[in-house]
Design a protein around this ligand. Structure first.
Ligand code: KG4
Ligand code: ZN
Length: 364
């Protein structure tokens, strides 16, 4: 008999309210529905995410998301085997909204409740999309996260390094802001960079002179600001070409840092002699073609499979939470009504605390 498990997942740790239904048949996952309500417009006037506005919007939208997801999957609550919810890390008001919603649903239906670490959701996604076997190397790069993880099991992660200040997506967003380009900054900086000369500005490659896999991106943004101000002082403004060249210089520096640190992380990972070595990426920055190209080349050189899940499953979503919930449930890991919402929740307790917090608040 086929083992079939169907989970509802809820995500509300940042600025996306999301619900999804995922079904696992004999270990193979399928996303049956994935609904996401973004909050970009709500925070647009404030230059960042306002936690109180985010929490209220999550509380208003969560039940609608659940209804929509069930409708899209053509299922009812009675067809589910459990409810998974992001229980941290993230903005606490949002996480609480999700946890309370999930507890209400679990209490009302009698279904098992599973609390999921948001970062574990990202880290386990390649098993949903590509059926990857443990252990694999994961690079998580978004507006809120930046870390290398060896993923050895559903609850077994080793963090090899991460950013000590800004996340790369945050640096892309700030760069866009400094150059008057639209948000989110990643896609607009990438589009400008395509028209620019990456060699005109020699931006720094922070922390490459130090051993290890830690990264830093805030100095890069400051270097860009200085270059911009120097041009403005000299000529009274920026030409279209100046802007494109600044973007190209910035992007090539980020890609170079990520590629070199990935090379070191791959070295540490391969030293464990994994049976089928793979590097997987997650997070919005993984959409960047220049960064992808560098990572693809690295994987070809080092003999690793390169896995980049579809973008809608790389960025924040609830399907990854439903899937991580199923993975935990299959190992007998469920939670009670005492499940608490956690603002900070590192995946690897052995690694030193992360210093960088990212634009979306403390992550781990
Ligand atoms: O994973 P995500 O949707 O949300 C979190 O930050 O958790 O990632 C969004 C981030 C933004 O900072 C955005 O500017 C960046 O990913 N991003 C990109 C690209 N597309 C999105 N960065 C560089 N190049 C891109 N093409
Ligand atoms: Zn995330």
């Amino acid at each position: 008999m086929a083992e079939t498990i169907t989970f509802l997942g809820l995500e509300s740790s940042c600025d996306d309210t999301a619900a999804a239904i995922v079904r696992c048949t004999n270990g193979q996952g399928k996303v049956m529905a994935s609904v996401i309500y973004g909050q970009t417009a709500l925070h647009a006037d404030f230059g960042g995410i306002v936690p109180e506005i985010a929490a209220r919007a999550h509380a208003e939208k969560l039940d609608l998301c659940v209804e929509e997801a069930l409708l899209a999957a053509n299922l009812t609550l009675a067809d589910l085997d459990g409810i998974a919810v992001t229980a941290g890390p993230g903005l606490i008001g949002g996480v609480l909204s999700g946890v309370m919603c999930a507890k209400g649903l679990a209490a009302g239906t009698g279904l098992p409740l599973v609390g999921v670490n948001h970062l574990a959701g990202h880290a386990l996604t390649p098993r949903l999309t590509d059926g990857l076997n443990f252990p694999y190397l994961m690079l998580l790069v978004s507006g809120g996260h930046c870390q290398f993880l060896i993923v050895r099991g559903v609850e077994d992660f080793s963090r090899l390094g991460g950013t000590i200040d800004d996340a790369p997506g945050e640096a892309f967003d700030k760069t866009a802001k400094l150059l008057g380009l639209p948000q989110p900054g990643g896609p607009s900086v990438e589009a400008e960079a395509a028209k620019g000369d990456p060699k005109r500005f020699a931006f720094p490659r922070p922390l490459l002179d130090r051993p290890g896999c830690d990264m830093s991106f805030s100095g890069l943004k400051t270097a860009l600001l200085r270059a911009r101000d120097a041009l403005v002082a000299e000529k009274g403004g920026l030409t279209v070409q100046d802007r494109a060249d600044l973007c190209a210089g910035f992007q090539v520096a980020v890609a170079a840092v990520l590629a070199e640190k990935s090379r070191r992380a791959v070295g540490l990972y391969l030293a464990e002699a994994p049976a089928s070595p793979a590097l997987a990426v997650a997070g919005g920055v993984a959409a960047n073609q220049a960064i992808r190209n560098r990572l693809t080349t690295l994987c070809q050189t080092e003999g690793l499979q390169f896995v980049a899940p579809p973008l809608q499953l790389c960025t924040d979503n609830a399907a990854m939470i439903a899937w991580a919930g199923i993975e935990r449930f299959r190992l007998g890991m469920t939670d009670g009504m005492d499940l608490s919402a956690r603002p900070r929740w590192p995946l690897d307790n052995r690694a030193p605390a992360m210093l960088g917090s990212g634009k979306k608040g403390a992550k781990a």
